[in-house]
Design a binder for this molecule. Structure first.
Ligand code: NI
Ligand code: MN
Length: 227
C-alpha cells in the first residue's frame, strides 16, 4: 500500500490491488494542495465529516470518476440525492469492501455544511480505521483528544496514524502527542496544519517530540510505502 499526504487532511492511498482511495479531498481553495481536482484518480472517496475543508472537491471528483463515497449516513444521503454512488456508515460500524475494511471511529468535532448559504449539520464527525494489504491506517479526522483513542489502538495494531495538530479547531501538538501514545501507532504523521495562518504549526518539531522513530514528517505530496 502506498500513502501520501496532500495538505490539510487529504490522504491518498493506493492499495496493492490498484484501488485509488482519497480521504477528505480538499483541493480547490487549498493553496497547499498539489493535486488537481480535474485529473486526480479516485475509485473511492472517504469523508471524515462535512466541513468544507474535508468534503472539498468530492462532488466533481465523484461525478467525473464514478468513485464510491463512503461517509456517515447523513453525508451519504446528501450525495446520494445528487445521484452519486454512496455507502453510509456510522461510528462503531465496520464493513469489508473489495478494496479493504473500513471501521468508523468516534471523533469530537462538528459536521456542518453550507447549502445555499445556510449551515446544515450532516451527522457526526468521525475517524477512519482502514485495513488493506495487512496494514491498518488510522485517520483521526478533526478531533479533540479523547481517552477512548486507547480503544482504537487496542482494536488493531496501527501502522500509521494521521493526527491533526493545527490547534484551534482540533488537537494542537501537545494533545496530539498524547493521542499518539494512546493510539500506539508505529508511525504518526501530523496533518491539518499550515493550510492557513490560524493553524500554523511546526510539523517537524512535533515529530521530533514523539518517542524514537514514531514521528514521520511528510512533505505535501511525499509518498510512503508499507511493504
Ligand atoms: Ni472540521
Ligand atoms: Mn478541518
Amino acid at each position: 500500500m502506498k500513502l501520501s499526504w496532500h495538505g490539510q487532511s487529504c490522504v491518498k492511498i493506493v492499495t496493492d490491488s490498484g484501488h485509488h482511495i482519497l480521504i477528505d479531498p480538499f483541493i480547490t481553495g487549498n493553496d497547499k494542495s498539489d493535486l488537481n481536482a480535474d485529473t486526480v484518480e479516485a475509485d473511492v472517496i472517504i469523508l471524515t465529516h462535512a466541513h468544507d475543508d474535508h468534503i472539498g472537491d468530492t462532488e466533481p471528483i465523484a461525478k467525473r470518476t464514478g468513485a464510491l463515497i463512503i461517509a456517515n449516513v447523513e453525508i451519504a444521503a446528501f450525495f446520494a440525492a445528487k445521484g452519486l454512488k454512496t455507502h453510509g456508515m456510522q461510528m462503531g460500524g465496520k464493513h469489508l469492501f473489495d478494496f479493504g475494511e473500513i471501521k468508523m471511529t468516534p471523533a469530537i468535532h462538528g459536521s456542518s455544511y453550507e447549502i445555499d448559504g445556510k449551515p446544515f449539520t450532516l451527522g457526526l464527525a468521525a475517524g477512519i480505521l482502514f485495513t488493506a494489504d495487512e496494514h491498518t491506517i488510522y485517520h483521526a479526522g478533526d478531533t479533540a483528544l479523547f481517552s477512548d483513542m486507547k480503544l482504537i489502538g487496542a482494536y488493531k495494531p496501527i501502522d500509521i496514524a494521521f493526527l491533526p495538530i493545527g490547534d484551534n479547531y482540533t488537537m494542537g501538538p501537545d494533545d496530539a502527542k498524547i493521542a499518539a501514545s494512546f493510539v500506539n501507532a508505529k508511525k504518526v504523521v501530523p496533518v491539518h496544519y499550515n493550510t492557513f495562518p490560524l493553524i500554523e504549526q511546526d510539523g517537524k518539531a512535533f515529530c521530533e517530540s514523539l518517542p524514537g522513530e514514531q514521528g514521520k514528517h511528510l512533505e505535501i505530496g511525499e509518498m510512503i510505502e508499507l511493504m
